[in-house]
Design a protein around this ligand. Structure first.
Ligand SMILES: *[C@@H]1O[C@H](CO)[C@@H](O)[C@H](O)[C@H]1NC(C)=O
Ligand SMILES: *[C@@H]1O[C@H](CO)[C@@H](O)[C@H](O)[C@H]1NC(C)=O
Ligand SMILES: *[C@@H]1O[C@H](CO)[C@@H](O)[C@H](O)[C@H]1NC(C)=O
Ligand SMILES: *[C@@H]1O[C@H](CO)[C@@H](O)[C@H](O)[C@H]1NC(C)=O
Ligand SMILES: *[C@@H]1O[C@H](CO)[C@@H](O)[C@H](O)[C@H]1NC(C)=O
Ligand SMILES: *[C@@H]1O[C@H](CO)[C@@H](O)[C@H](O)[C@H]1NC(C)=O
Ligand SMILES: *[C@@H]1O[C@H](CO)[C@@H](O)[C@H](O)[C@H]1NC(C)=O
Length: 443
């Protein structure tokens, strides 16, 4: 990139302040029930596929035993339909006793015992979207306290059954109420999604001081159309959304649907690549017990996760929308590295796209290229050398790029910290799982 463009992006990011709870300096990663399991509360025949404590424990087992946790997937998040239809005698929310016989507190302990975190769902309004008790303005403090007492680590606050005025009051109030509990609780706000997601209804400077992440747009569904619709909305509005993101404050284009029924392997790689470019939270909503090996390989791809988790936290942009149906995306990363995604919206056959790094505004020099999904390496690609990538219909080619001439290591690494992952894991245990990581070390 020309230094002027990179500079401009950095300055824009720095002007938006983050919520001061110290959480989610990198996009949060984990598992969220909604897209795959919805509001299935019919546990009579199948208590492991309905919204129940068994489902969340099963997912925690998979996250902690199948290598997910070490990659950063640490949140296990409950969505709607977990609660009883009535508050308890003291006006507190309570879990449905049949489906969560151990209660939420025990479920939180189950997560913590495995090095995981528990997320819960609430709704600012009279009812949740599924018709369960909502959090009206007078209940905000009570509910924040209840969640903190249970040991919850994250709250997604939906916005069904409230109006704009109540949301303008309620979302900041919940932020203060969570803070007042003294427990660090990541805060996901659905507020923008209920107000069109754009200024002037939404002031992203203010939002970044209230919430750690926010849903800007409609719910993802299990289809490629839905993924495209979301990508188009985020990219059409990138001038507003891109500067809003940064460490501790993220745009959330919604869950990863990889591993479900709606996406091909190429489309799954596309979702993963574009979510990494967007610095999006990575919440899988899929059945981790029955995941295909192709889906697992995509979701556990260390290079793409490393790009998503880049510590600078600068959201990427769409650079080009070619008449051919090829789109080019770019994200700046730590240490003058960057990611490029070549995305095909074509429907005919693999397309050979030819360009140069110079025409994508890379500065003069030679670069090392690591192809994130094929593992191929290209050394010493000059900015002026034409190259060709072959992109499948609805697929991507994703590159991790770093300047060739400088082999200096991350300063954080030398200080004993691994910048691409959360602090929680000691470097020694992480290294076992992250040999050859981050990707430029492979080159
Ligand atoms: C549950 O199982 C019973 C007995 O096997 C069966 O008769 C019933 O139709 C099942 N209900 C559902 C909703 O699958
Ligand atoms: C929003 O709802 C409140 C009731 O909680 C009502 O008093 C107020 O008039 C409503 N505002 C708008 C703009 O509809
Ligand atoms: C509450 O906010 C203050 C700053 O306003 C911050 O220093 C503190 O860490 C926050 N506490 C929690 C638990 O979020
Ligand atoms: C957003 O709110 C901030 C702080 O109140 C204010 O300074 C800024 O002008 C607002 N931005 C827009 C676009 O209204
Ligand atoms: C490269 O930079 C120029 C000048 O800032 C700009 O007009 C052009 O759109 C940029 N090209 C790409 C592919 O970003
Ligand atoms: C690539 O460039 C580096 C630094 O300019 C040089 O040391 C190395 O020999 C080059 N490798 C190849 C294969 O040309
Ligand atoms: C490589 O990095 C070092 C230390 O950051 C810097 O002093 C040097 O100028 C860099 N070399 C090149 C060729 O960019």
């Amino acid at each position: 990139m020309t230094s002027s463009l990179a500079f401009c992006v950095l300055v824009l990011s720095a002007t938006t302040l983050a919520l001061d709870n110290g959480l989610m300096r990198m996009p949060p990663m984990g598992w969220l029930a909604w897209e795959r399991f919805r509001c299935d509360i019919d546990c009579k025949n199948d208590s492991k596929n309905c919204i129940s404590e068994n489902l969340f424990k099963d997912m925690a087992d998979r996250l902690s035993e199948d290598g997910w946790r070490e990659l950063g997937y640490i949140y296990v998040n409950i969505d709607d339909c977990w609660s009883s239809m009535q508050r308890d005698s003291q006006g507190r929310l309570q879990a449905d006793p049949d489906r969560f016989p151990g209660g939420i507190q025990n479920l939180a302990r189950y997560m913590h015992d495995r090095g995981l975190k528990l997320g819960i769902y609430g709704d600012l309004g009279t009812h949740t979207c599924g018709g369960y008790p909502g959090t009206t303005l007078d209940k905000i403090e009570t509910d924040a306290k209840t969640f903190a007492e249970w040991g919850v680590d994250m709250l997604k606050l939906d916005g069904c059954y409230s109006n704009a005025t109540e949301q303008e009051k309620g979302y900041p109030l919940m932020s203060q109420a969570l803070n007042a509990t003294g427990r660090p609780i990541g805060y996901s706000c659905s507020w923008p999604a209920y107000q069109g997601g754009l200024p002037p209804s939404i002031n992203y400077t203010v939002l970044g001081q209230i919430c750690n992440l926010w849903r800007n747009y409609g719910d993802i569904q299990d289809s490629w159309d839905s993924v495209l619709n979301i990508v188009d909305w985020f990219m059409t509005n990138q001038d507003v959304l891109q500067p809003a993101a940064g460490p501790g404050r993220w745009n959330d284009p919604d869950m990863l649907i990889i591993g479900n029924f709606g996406l091909s392997v190429d489309q799954s790689r596309s979702q993963m690549a574009l979510w990494a470019i967007m610095a999006a939270p990575l919440f899988m909503s899929t059945d981790l017990r029955t995941l295909s090996s192709e889906a697992r390989a995509i979701l556990q791809n260390k290079a793409v996760i490393s790009i998503n988790q880049d510590p600078l936290g600068i959201q990427g942009r769409r650079l080009l929308k070619e008449k051919s149906g090829i789109e080019v995306f770019w994200r700046p990363l730590l240490q003058s590295a960057s990611a490029l995604v070549f995305f095909s919206r074509r429907t005919d056959m693999p397309y050979r796209y030819t360009t140069t790094l110079a025409s994508l505004n890379y500065t003069a020099g030679t670069y090392k290229v690591y192809d994130v999904f094929s593992g191929q390496v290209m050394k010493n690609l000059s900015d002026t050398t034409a190259f060709t990538v072959s992109i499948n219909p609805s697929g991507v080619v994703m590159w991790y790029i770093s300047p060739s001439e400088n082999e200096s290591r991350h300063p954080e690494e030398e200080a004993g910290e691994y910048p691409h992952f959360r602090r929680k894991y000691r470097v020694s245990s992480l290294r076992q799982h992250t040999e050859n990581f981050p990707p430029h070390i492979m080159l």
